[in-house]
Design a binder for this molecule. Structure first.
Ligand SMILES: [Zn+2]
Length: 161
C-alpha cells in the first residue's frame, strides 16, 4: 500500500506542457444536496521558470480577495500555491474559464494601475499573520509582467482574452 492513497489532480498535470499565464478549470465537485463548487488554477507565471517572491505574492493575495469578489459571483477563496506560480480559486457554482480570466485580468489591471498602499487590506499586526512581508511595488511589477504576456483561458494553447 502506498503511503498516500489519494491521487491529487494537481500532481497529475504535466507542468512542463502548460503555457502561463492561464486560467484552467481543475474540477467541479457536487455536494450531497447538489450544490456545486469549482476549483480553478490561476497560473500567473511559468512553472519551474519563474516564481513570484513571497512579499509580492502576499500583497496580490490580499488584493485579489476583494478585487475578484467585486468582479464575479460565488468566490469562496483565492489562495497562493506553495510553488508561488499562481493561485487556487474556489467558487460556488460553475464559471467559464473565460469569465474567470476576464475577472483576473481586470483585477491585475487595478493592482498595476490604480491601487495605492492605503487600499491594500490587512497590512497590520491585527489583520495579517505576517504583516511585515508585503510589497505593493512587487505586486504591481509582477501584475504588469503578467498582463504584458496576456492571460489565456486555456492552459495548453495561448488563447489570450
Ligand atoms: Zn496576510
Amino acid at each position: 500500500m502506498a503511503k498516500i492513497e489519494t491521487e491529487v489532480e494537481s500532481f497529475e498535470l504535466d507542468h512542463t506542457k502548460v503555457k502561463a499565464p492561464y486560467v484552467r478549470l481543475i474540477t467541479v465537485e457536487e455536494g450531497s444536496k447538489g450544490d456545486k463548487i469549482s476549483n480553478f488554477d490561476l497560473r500567473l507565471v511559468q512553472p519551474n521558470e519563474n516564481a513570484i517572491p513571497t512579499a509580492g505574492l502576499h500583497t496580490i493575495e490580499h488584493l485579489l480577495a476583494g478585487l475578484l469578489r467585486d468582479r464575479m459571483d460565488g468566490v469562496i477563496d483565492c489562495s497562493p500555491f506553495g510553488c508561488r506560480t499562481g493561485f487556487h480559486l474556489i467558487t460556488w457554482g460553475e464559471h467559464s474559464t473565460t469569465e474567470v480570466a476576464k475577472a483576473l485580468k481586470s483585477s491585475l489591471e487595478a493592482i498595476a494601475n490604480d491601487i495605492k498602499w492605503e487600499d491594500v487590506p490587512g497590512t497590520d499586526i491585527y489583520s495579517c499573520g505576517n504583516y511585515r512581508d508585503h510589497s505593493l511595488f512587487s505586486a504591481k511589477e509582477w501584475s504588469k509582467k503578467i498582463l504584458s504576456e496576456g492571460i489565456s483561458d486555456q492552459p495548453f494553447e495561448r488563447n489570450v482574452i
